[in-house]
Design a binder for this molecule. Sequence first.
Ligand code: 3H9
Length: 696
Amino acid sequence: MEAAMAAINAVTDFSVEGDIGVVTLNSPPVNALSAAVREGLQGAFDAAIADAAVKAIVLICDGKTFIAGADITEFGKAMTGPSLQDVQNVIENSPKPVIAAIHGTALGGGLEVALVANYRVAVPSAKAGLPEVNIGLLPGAGGTQRLPRIVGVEKALEMVTTGQHVPAKAAHAMGLFDELVEEGKLREGAIAFAKAVVAENRPLKKVRDLNEKVEAARGKPEIFEAFRKANAKKFRGFMAPENNIKCIEAAVNLPFDEGLKAERKLFMELMTGSQSAAQRYVFFAERQAAKIPDVPDDTPTIPVKKVGVIGAGTMGGGIAMNFLNAGIPVTIIEAKQENLERGVGIIRKNYENTAKKGRLTQDDVEKRMALLTPSMEMEALADCDMIIEAVFELMEIKKEVFTKLDKIAKPGAILATNTSYLDVDAIAAVTSRPESVIGTHFFSPANVMRLLELVRGDKTSKDVIATCMKLSKTIGKVPVLVGVCYGFVGNRMLAQRQREAQKLILEGAMPWDVDRVLYDFGLPMGPFAMSDLAGLDIGWDPAKTSSSTVREVLCEMDRRGQKNGKGFYDYDENRNAKPSPVVEEVIRDFAEKRQIQRREITDQEILERCLYPMVNEGAKILEEGKAIRASDIDIVWINGYGWPVYSGGPMFWGELVGLDKVLAKMKQFHAELGDDFKPSALLERLVAEGKGFKDA
Ligand code: 3H9
């Protein structure tokens, strides 16, 4: 072989430098292990092994990262070219030492390739992980058998069940990386390392032969039981964590090749199931949501170097924290001194609590607080590039704020209204620049929840949309662009579920029946537990109360929710909920007065009554063009309301159930229970044409 570079195929090159062979992958965006990459790798390693001048082989990647894993887009399709295992066999059986040179992220199948090399060197900014669990899978190319042989059982359990990306320094400390080389000098560093391996004639150690750490855990099933118990709440409903744990158990209890077989079987079980299909769908849906058809990637953006937030209440404070966390200065406005001080105090307290938990240093806390300018003058917002209004959710107040803002804000500044329901166009109309106005619906707590519904008004400019989509990422949010309608996507669909939950308790179910069914479905909590947590008296006015709903009656009885130990449930001093006989009585009495005949209600009916109308409403949102695509609706529900990711969101789940089945039930309920169940025209059309939401 010549010293010159030889192309093995379109994505793989092989070159020789002195006596070191260098295999280079270049398959943007993330060097995923597509058929072409597998083929190229096999060809390049065959060439390197056959080349008599080559004494050791370095595997390195061009672009932003080392191999980020198997090519997820190929899953579920017929395989072409060599399998990943074929490629790994060639590398692992190489008679010449192989060094994986890592930058960016070595993830999943990528790390599994690195684990069949004899050594791994990396730059300090690199990370490594087995994140398959996040797409409902497990590392299916020996990762679960090799990783514990290097890092030990406890760390391996942690890594495969969280999917965490371990930073280079920690990876080095746990032996996953053999050496760290200077940032920006990976190629030189890896070649130097390879030369040293050759010069010192180091033995060809293989990870599969390192048994000490797995043997240390043999005969100790309590390690696994304790791990399962400690994480039971986190893993609730998910199949993948348990299969990952079983694989690590196999690594401990079985010889290596038997362990590989167990891994394969457990991998296939996940790969062919609906949970992984849903989680893979969500992975791509989240990235798809960032793409707006009429706002191309190269749309100009407005530099946002300073942000204003109007309102230092719970929402305003949380919103401000997002920007402070990202290093963007914030001016925060309140009308009254005491409210301003209280709001700023809460922000500081939040940061200090985080610092107490060790997730921030005191220095970080001070740096963030130094970026915050409290003020009682709206004029202080004159130099802000973006201003987010987070005052009380009342149209008249918002209009008043925007009228003032229009006079103060500099030309081109983005004017955002944080609203959960209100008409963004009506707010924009009071300004002389509706093109600068956009809705930002943050979810509470705004510094924690990932979802951000960005509400596009009739006149919102593309620059403003492009800026807000990108800025959302900067502040760690998952943005979804939605249209103006009451409650936008999330709350509009939630209203369907809430309405049915209220009806069901009058017709025969109890709040704890409804909550149990929805919790068992995988939601974080049911509607009544949620009401108790939020407080039953939110928006309740004792002066205007009229006993017109069960909630009102409960408020009149001073049952205000968790905060005073009684709501839909009774609470003990540790806030454990118990079904309340008093509430049961109130409900029965309420139904009787309204002559509602109570009857037996099955769990199945609760599920269908609460969730099918949501799917139907999602279809209406789609047909009205208030969401760009069905998968955007799913992203809203997963990130804003805790819909279980393993069923993919309401729209994906509707298809999993079968749109024909959903429609048939909606028609039945429509006939029996009235217009709340009127099927959407889109749903009817899709079923008639045998199509799914992606064809909408
Ligand atoms: C696996 O390895 C199974 C094996 O154990 C066993 C097999 C037998 N495939 O996220 P980004 C695309 S399972 C295909 O925006 P970032 C992505 O869709 C895999 N495509 O960039 C996007 O496309 P587009 C285990 C992929 O810089 C573009 O790349 N590995 C894959 O924010 C850029 O992505 C994982 O689960 C893929 N594997 O983050 C890692 N990965 O531009 C998954 C990405 O058209 N990937 N794309 O929208 C990640 O976590 C992030 O993408 C990464 C980069 C951190 C790498």
